[in-house]
Design a protein around this ligand. Structure first.
Ligand SMILES: Nc1ncnc2c1ncn2[C@@H]1O[C@H](COP(=O)(O)OP(=O)(O)OP(=O)(O)O)[C@@H](O)[C@H]1O
Ligand SMILES: [Mg+2]
Length: 138
């Protein structure tokens, strides 16, 4: 008797190495999100967050990364989960990056655009960002 059902289906997976992979990631995520029924505003928010986080891999990681796009459901609600990870240099001060006090605003901006945003990183271990947008049944 599972009161809290949780299911995930992988919709797409692709490497992030060069800038064109960022554009491709953006397109694919937008396509999958549209198929799930997200509003056009939500599509723009998801695509923007994906662009920023994928672009960080190309610009800052110094190593290859990958994006996984998953359909996720939890207790009856449906969402799109995006996991972007790399095996690069990592972020020395994650709290500072989240606060937006370090150079840019890609990380705090993406966090605001998504419903869930988890970042795991440490110097030398690479970076993992997992984001979820829930489909609102309005
Ligand atoms: N995947 C990553 N690997 C290593 N360092 C990263 C990674 N992503 C972010 N960083 C570090 O965190 C900082 C903050 O990232 P953020 O995206 O918020 O801003 P930015 O990339 O510097 O500028 P912007 O995104 O506004 O062009 C980066 O400057 C970089 O030092
Ligand atoms: Mg950035």
């Amino acid at each position: 008797m599972a009161a809290n059902t949780h299911e995930e289906i992988e919709l797409a997976k692709l490497p992030i190495v060069r800038i064109q992979d960022v554009l491709l990631s953006r397109m694919i995520v937008r396509e999958e999100a549209a198929r799930l029924g997200f509003s056009s505003q939500a599509l723009t928010q998801i695509a923007t967050a994906v662009s920023e986080i994928a672009r960080n891999v190309v610009q800052h990681a110094g190593a290859a990364g990958q994006i996984r796009v998953l359909k996720t459901s939890e207790s009856g609600r449906l969402g799109l989960k995006i996991a972007i990870e790399d095996g690069g240099t990592g972020i020395a001060d994650v709290d500072r990056a989240l606060a937006g006090t370090s150079p840019g605003a890609g990380i705090p901006g993406s966090r605001k655009l998504m419903d869930e945003f988890v970042i795991g990183s440490a110097a030398g271990t690479g970076t993992t960002v997992t984001m979820v947008k829930w489909l609102s049944i309005a």
